[in-house]
Design a protein around this ligand. Structure first.
Ligand code: SF4
Length: 66
């Protein structure tokens, strides 16, 4: 599991769970950039927009920890 800081919360990324639906990459492309390092660029959208997108991840690969 990898983690990414987003203000007062932490984004968790579990690559083994990802089904590559690409929802995140297509719907919030300013943040989810699979060819960049880090691939989640939290500075490019609001916390609310990022959390809303994470909730749409169908596999549970992306989640938010308080
Ligand atoms: S939305 Fe979730 S399952 Fe789909 S590519 Fe992104 S992390 Fe993977």
């Amino acid at each position: 599991m990898k983690t990414y800081s987003l203000e007062d919360v932490t984004i968790c990324w579990k690559p083994e769970k990802c089904t590559h639906s690409a929802n995140c990459v297509k719907q919030l492309s300013s943040v989810f950039k699979p060819l960049k390092n880090p691939w989640i660029q939290t500075q490019n959208a609001t916390k609310q927009a990022i959390i809303e997108q994470i909730r749409k991840c169908p596999s549970g690969a992306l989640s938010v920890m308080k």
